[in-house]
Design a protein around this ligand. Structure first.
Ligand code: ATP
Length: 241
């Protein structure tokens, strides 16, 4: 298991004091697909996202990106391997312009002229159909556009695995449709996407596979979404009465 997958892990356990947030989780995600991770509040979804992104070091277990074993708990190591996380509440400073935001965290900025930099990031906005002027401030943009800028920014570093943690939580239903279109564009460009979601309807609308967490354990997955029954998925999420 895990051969040729873009991400795989096994035996991952994370504890916060007495709370077991993830217990012996093992999963492998195939490259170039949209993978949903679902579960109820407290199921461990955000912790899982943080483990993949190197923000949390598991107590036990092994992670690999592209077959390369990572030590875990190291954001720079994860980013170096091509992993980027977009949080539910965005990380870009609200006072930044779009141009500043797109350069945020990029390496070697000082060596390039403004127009060279713009050539580097503008295609990522265009590729996601984010229509916004470079001099607008983040705080003045509609939330869908802020999110679009944030996703595009993650791509500047050549992310091959993008994790979106509850990206629809801040969006209207129309905004969610726009996000799903952007996620499909990412897939078309070969980027693997892990989507943390909690609505079954959204999972079935956008994902290729679904992985279910319950009480920190992996219940099942990745299951191909094609032919997944919504009722059965709800049972997996909620668990036995
Ligand atoms: P939600 O949708 O509510 O964010 P989730 O599925 O993302 O839920 P996690 O946030 O990963 O779940 O939380 C898993 C468990 O770990 C929960 O019981 C939560 O209370 C606990 N937990 C998460 N972060 C911490 C922390 N920093 N300190 C203590 N307990 C934590």
């Amino acid at each position: 298991e895990g051969e040729g997958s873009v991400f795989s892990c096994r035996g991952v356990t994370v504890r916060y004091g007495d709370v077991v947030a993830l217990a012996d989780v093992g999963v492998a995600f195939e490259r170039g697909m949209i993978h949903a991770v679902v579960g109820q509040n407290g199921a461990g979804k955000t912790t899982f996202a943080r483990v993949v992104a190197g923000l949390v070091r598991p107590e036990t277990g092994e992670l690999s990106i592209d077959g390369r074993v990572l030590s875990g708990g190291d954001v720079n190591e994860a980013r170096g391997a091509g992993v980027e996380l977009v949080h539910q509440s965005f990380a870009l400073p609200p006072s930044f312009t779009v141009a500043e935001a797109m350069q945020f965290g990029a390496k070697g900025g000082g060596l390039y002229t403004k127009s060279m930099l713009e050539k580097r990031w503008q295609p990522h906005l265009d590729g996601l159909d984010v229509k916004v002027a470079a001099k607008r401030r983040i705080r003045d943009l509609p939330v869908e556009t802020q999110q679009g800028v944030e996703i595009a920014r993650a791509l500047v570093t050549d992310a091959k695995l993008l994790i979106l943690d509850e990206p629809t939580a801040v969006l209207s239903p129309e905004g969610a449709q726009k996000l799903f279109e952007r996620v499909r564009r990412l897939k078309a460009r070969g980027v693997t996407v892990i989507l943390i979601l909690h609505k079954i309807r959204e999972v079935l609308a956008v994902a290729d596979t679904v992985t279910v967490l319950r009480g920190g354990r992996l219940v099942e997955g990745p299951i191909p979404c094609e032919g997944v029954d919504a009722g059965r998925l709800a049972e997996l999420i909620i668990g036995p009465a």
